[in-house]
Design a binder for this molecule. Structure first.
Ligand SMILES: Cc1cc2nc3c(=O)[nH]c(=O)nc-3n(C[C@H](O)[C@H](O)[C@H](O)COP(=O)(O)OP(=O)(O)OC[C@H]3O[C@@H](n4cnc5c(N)ncnc54)[C@H](O)[C@@H]3O)c2cc1C
Ligand SMILES: *[C@@H]1O[C@H](CO)[C@@H](O)[C@H](O)[C@H]1NC(C)=O
Ligand SMILES: *[C@@H]1O[C@H](CO)[C@@H](O)[C@H](O)[C@H]1NC(C)=O
Length: 361
């Protein structure tokens, strides 16, 4: 059996999921190379900062919708069957405000806040909330069951599954995509997967300037509300939203947040942090059952992550660069976890097509 050597560049949720999917083929020999690895906390590495949950936002007919649908089925299965993957089920409440309909955050959550959402038959226990169950300033609301992923467990779990399947994982920084094959254990590779997230913008040979940061600031707390809640916007400023996600297995509760395009600032803004905490306790008094006050929040850490945004959405495409095949899989913005498996399977199809064409020659 002919073996195909493959290098995956990137060890975020997208790179590791892609490597895992490819490693299930006995005739593929996969090496993952990355500047940042599970366990690192760095502004250049988005994955550890995510909530992370699955709240579908893809427009009907889009690739994203397809990837989210495929990924949900896998996350739901993993949640039920694989406790060591760091997922748990959470009741999820989505609240929409009329005044956010035409704002940036309103557009981001456009599909999410619909009461006749396309995912009403996909997400378990979907129901439209009666007005009496909405915060007074909201006009729409739905509830369903989703998962919340603890990245501190899930990313190492993905890496561990890769290692179990014979994948080699090495630390390395590329300045040009053409260097990728030399990082393979054998010194050469037929296919490179580009899972470089936001840094795709600066990688030589790719230089995709449609990629830009969508800054997200969070506060991770020890308090445990036992549910996930999201509101489509706030009155505190453009680009600010409210969300609360309790991570699996003692991972703490993520309070968010914001979506600030083209903002590269790695430092938490203390005023924004205070607004995030204030809004969270107002939306969800169960966070602070004793006093109802912000001071009852027990902070683990403040966080800033840059979502790898891309005009035109996720790029899953094959391209010949300098005589070698590159399969791109980047630009997952605020949905890398909820679309990861779907887009990895799409990348896998492209790799299989390349290998098949090579065999014909
Ligand atoms: C605050 C916040 C909340 C979020 N919440 C959610 C959520 O609830 N649900 C959800 O689905 N998504 C969420 N996201 C989005 C999610 O985090 C991203 O979509 C996802 O992490 C992107 O993964 P990635 O693997 O593409 O990129 P990254 O995690 O950034 O990984 C990129 C990898 O590529 C490597 N790399 C890049 N360039 C090079 C190079 N030149 N040489 C070597 N290695 C290189 C890096 O070292 C790294 O390993 C959130 C994001 C933020 C910031
Ligand atoms: C991949 O290739 C390397 C180098 O030849 C070899 O040591 C390793 O066992 C191979 N791994 C798999 C999974 O085939
Ligand atoms: C990945 O794609 C991005 C965006 O096109 C590009 O800038 C980067 O150079 C690519 N990286 C690799 C390793 O191909």
């Amino acid at each position: 059996m002919a073996v195909t050597n493959i290098v995956v560049v990137g060890a975020g949720v997208v790179g590791l999921t892609t490597a895992l999917v490819l490693s299930r083929h006995d005739n593929f020999n996969v090496t993952v190379v990355a500047k940042h690895m599970p366990g690192d906390y760095d502004i250049e590495y988005a994955s550890p900062w995510a909530g992370a949950n699955s709240m579908p936002v893809g427009k009907p007919g889009s690739n994203l919708q397809k990837f989210e649908t495929a990924t949900w089925k896998e996350l739901d299965r993993i949640c039920r069957e694989v406790p060591e993957a760091g997922l748990h089920c959470q009741e999820t409440f989505i609240y929409g405000r009329k005044k956010d309909e035409n704002t940036a955050t309103g557009d981001w959550f456009k599909e999410l806040v619909k009461e006749d959402a396309w995912f009403r038959d996909l997400m378990p226990n979907f129901r439209v909330l009666p007005r009496s169950e909405l915060p007074p300033y909201c006009t729409t609301g739905t509830a369903f069951t989703s998962v919340c992923i603890n990245p501190a467990i899930h990313l190492p779990w993905l890496a561990g599954q890769c290692l179990k399947n014979g994948v080699t994982i090495i630390r390395g920084t590329l300045t040009h995509i053409s260097q990728a094959p030399s990082f393979h254990t054998t010194g050469h590779a037929a296919v490179t997967l580009n899972c470089t997230g936001l840094l795709a913008r600066t990688l030589g040979g790719v230089l995709d300037t449609t990629v830009y940061p969508g800054r997200g600031q969070t506060v991770l707390v020890r308090n445990t509300p036992g549910a996930m809640l999201t509101v489509s916007g706030t009155d505190d400023g453009a680009g600010e939203v409210t969300y609360i996600m309790q991570r699996a297995a003692g991972g703490g509760t993520v309070l968010g947040g914001c979506m600030q395009p083209d903002n590269w600032d790695s430092q938490p803004d203390p005023n924004l942090a205070l607004r995030i905490m204030q809004r969270a306790v107002e939306l969800c008094p169960a966070l602070v059952p004793k006093t109802g006050k912000v001071t009852e929040l027990s902070v683990i850490r403040h966080g800033v992550g840059l979502r790898p945004m891309r005009k035109g959405g996720i790029r899953v495409e094959k391209e010949r660069i300098g005589g070698a095949w590159v399969v791109h899989n980047y630009g997952h913005a605020g949905y890398g976890y909820q679309s990861g498996f779907g887009s990895a399977w799409e990348a896998e199809k492209l790799v299989l097509g390349i290998v098949k064409d090579k065999a014909k020659l």
